[in-house]
Design a protein around this ligand. Structure first.
Ligand code: ADP
Ligand code: MG
Length: 359
């Protein structure tokens, strides 16, 4: 069997089956944003790890090393945030090509530590070797939480409302702009859908709105304090961070909670920068939100009885749908028409062309 037949998530599911046999301290193993391990009666440890690979997750022709370090830390801390925990420690393992200078590695760690210190976490170890191919980065993050406040992907119940923090799709649009700025002129014209011509000057225009989309892509800020508040207040029944795209990540909640969902397309929060750039890029802005990924916002469900409490927290959140019985996830358009939501987020093995996904 080819790995592409299974897809990324099918492969992980097989690995999970092959690795059964949790110890009594493993409260949650493979399958959520982070593992939850019992330390004592009053504390659990949250552990997560992510790989960033040159030319798969990032492209050094438009990513500076500081941003790369920042993002490597942010994507891991976002997984701790999605469980409602507090990040504490990180380990980094690097495979460094010989062409890399020491200053570039220092810049990576300046960015990495800057994000870590803003969240009162610190780097405590790792591993370093040379790489015959591209730059390889693996980060492990360790966090902590009280056992009764950890939020998994599995707690959503029919009737719960669906919320997201911030706005969605900005990161994917930022990536597209970076790729277009880098492309030869004729490619830019070729990329524009519906025959619209996009001039390179328009994409190069250093407007602050455009820069904001790019910044959201290169230096996302994980929603650590929001995740912690949602967990401690007891408002969220299930939670995940949006790394693969709203469509895929909502499907992860649906699968693990064994529920369906209705998502209202016209309620998905979109920034004005994304809406403006979408007209230039000739793509519906909601598509960036559904399929783009890498927003590192939190997607969570809230029982009706907890809605008042949620609003009292005054977090930057938007209600975008509701959890239903059954197992289907539907996208409801502005006219009330319902369509089955497909997982159109990124899958490392199903997407046939190696697409530069991140940074
Ligand atoms: P995220 O997008 O939140 O980082 P992933 O989709 O990468 O999550 O992973 C989903 C779950 O599968 C996590 O619990 C992760 O620890 C686990 N996982 C992913 N790859 C592997 C692997 N090769 N071996 C064991 N567990 C894995
Ligand atoms: Mg995650």
């Amino acid at each position: 069997m080819k790995i592409s037949d299974l897809g990324e998530f099918g492969l992980i599911s097989r690995i999970r089956k092959l690795s059964r046999g949790k110890t009594s301290s493993t409260l949650i193993g493979i399958g959520d944003d982070a593992a939850v391990l019992a330390l004592s009666a009053s504390h659990v440890m949250l552990v997560t790890t992510d790989i960033l690979l040159e030319d798969v997750h990032f492209d050094l022709s438009y990513t500076d090393y500081y941003s790369l370090g920042w993002k490597a830390a942010a994507v891991n801390l976002s997984d701790i945030a999605a469980m409602g925990g507090s990040p504490r420690f990180c380990l980094t393992a690097l495979g460094i090509p010989r062409r890399t200078s020491a200053e570039q590695v220092f810049e990576f760690y300046r960015g990495f530590n800057s994000l870590l210190h803003s969240q009162t976490a610190s780097l405590v170890g790792g591993d370093t070797c040379s790489s015959g191919h591209g730059l390889f980065i693996s980060v492990t993050a360790i966090g902590e939480a009280k056992p009764d406040v950890v939020i998994t992907r599995a707690g959503a119940r029919p009737g719960d409302r669906i919320f997201v923090t911030g706005t969605l799709g900005d990161s994917a649009a930022g990536l597209e702009i970076l790729q277009m700025r880098n492309a030869p002129d004729r490619d830019i014209r070729g990329r524009a859908a519906c025959g619209t011509r996009i001039e390179k000057s328009e994409i190069r225009n250093p407007k602050s709105e455009i820069e904001r989309l790019i910044e959201k892509h290169l230096r996302p800020v994980p929603r650590v304090s929001e995740g912690r508040k949602l967990a401690r207040s007891g408002c969220a029944s299930a939670m995940i961070d949006i790394s693969d795209g709203l469509s895929s990540d909502l499907l992860h909640i649906s699968e693990q909670s064994r529920v369906g969902a209705e998502l209202f397309a016209d309620r998905i929060p979109l920034s004005s920068a994304l809406q403006r750039m979408s007209t230039i890029l000739s793509k519906m802005p909601v598509r960036y939100a559904l399929e783009g990924g890498e927003d590192y916002e939190l997607l969570f469900t809230v029982p009706e009885a907890k809605l008042k409490k949620l609003h009292s927290l005054k977090l930057p959140v938007t209600e975008i749908g509701a959890v239903t019985t059954g197992r289907t996830v539907k996208l409801v358009d502005a006219g009330g028409k319902k369509n089955l939501l497909q997982a159109k987020g990124y899958d490392h093995f199903r997407n046939s062309v190696v697409k530069k996904k991140k940074c």
